[in-house]
Design a protein around this ligand. Structure first.
Ligand SMILES: [Zn+2]
Length: 302
């Protein structure tokens, strides 16, 4: 199962346009809230995602959806202060426990590595939505303040009437393979020593996924690939991406570093990848198991 998927909510798109229905959900005694703030998403003492009664949460409720037990909201426990650029929800580290609620915030990477699968999906949904609300408090069309609409699924501008919808930024991530024997991986300067991963990049306006794969591989490694094969996708709330994973067959060109985006790139053998994934000595340190790149590598080996 892929980390950050697995949420089991009905998002209730067909009812969100009805403000009376949305208000009724927020008043429901069974309404619960996922909490997130500057330091991360809140977890319980036994390392589950915290779901607290909505009335205890404070802050503006953003409806995520409804499950068998009732409505589930996301609440930003550190709502942005006017005049300050709101930070994104932390990826790393841990925050101070919330005394009244008995929860504590953890960075999203720690959440990805430690939460049960369904909790991870809910955490990704809440974090991506809160990050979007934090960074879209003003209308991109006219500059006036915007307000939450549709129970949290949009923001609307009272001055010009524009409705703004949460964005998801598509990222292609591709394992370039030389048949069954070698994979082309790159590393960024900020990564731990030995860490290499699949090449990746944002899809640009007016571009198909296939074209984005070919362009990114050409730009980062100077090689040409054949038609990519879709493998899987993963919500990636850093802050609001969707990783779309492919395997792409190498066609021509010798890999070389083109610009400063990558610190290094090289072919790794099947044996290098197998040893790294088993935790044995290898020139390669693979990405963490919660990243879809690790799944791409494991899938290729299999
Ligand atoms: Zn406006």
């Amino acid at each position: 199962m892929i980390t950050f998927t697995g949420e089991a909510l009905d998002r209730m798109a067909e009812r969100r346009g009805d403000p009376a229905w949305v208000a009724e959900q927020a008043r429901s005694p069974s309404a619960r809230a996922v909490l997130a703030g500057d330091a991360g998403v809140h977890v319980t003492a036994d390392d589950r995602l915290a779901l607290v009664p909505l009335g205890h949460a404070g802050g503006e409720p953003l409806l995520l959806g409804v499950d068998d037990a009732g409505p589930v909201f996301a609440v930003d426990v550190d709502a942005p202060v006017d005049g300050r650029v709101p930070p994104l929800i932390a990826a790393r580290g841990e925050g101070e426990p919330h005394a009244a609620l008995g929860t504590r915030p953890i960075g999203l990477r720690l959440a990805a590595a430690s939460l049960p699968h369904a909790d991870g999906g809910l955490a990704a949904h809440a974090a991506a939505l809160i990050n979007w609300h934090r960074r879209h408090r003003f209308c991109a069309a006219c500059g006036a303040p915007t307000a939450v609409g549709g129970g949290g699924i949009l923001r609307s501008c009272a001055r010009c009437g524009t409705q703004h919808h949460p964005r998801t930024d598509p990222v292609v991530i591709m394992l370039v393979t030389d048949g069954a024997e070698r994979v082309l991986l790159g590393r960024q300067r900020s990564w731990p020593p030995g860490r290499y991963s699949a090449l990746a990049g944002f899809v640009e306006p007016g571009e198909s996924l296939e074209a984005a794969v070919a362009r990114e591989v050409r730009e980062e490694a100077g090689v040409e690939v054949g038609p990519p094969r879709y493998m899987a996708s993963q919500p990636w709330p850093f802050p609001s991406s969707l990783m779309i994973a492919f395997v792409a067959p190498w066609e021509s060109g010798e890999p070389r570093r083109i610009d400063d985006e990558l610190d290094d790139l090289r072919w790794f053998s099947r044996a290098d990848v197998a040893a790294a994934l088993r935790g044995e000595p290898s020139p390669l340190a693979t990405p963490p198991p919660f990243a879809i790149a690790a799944r791409l590598l494991a899938g290729w080996l299999a």
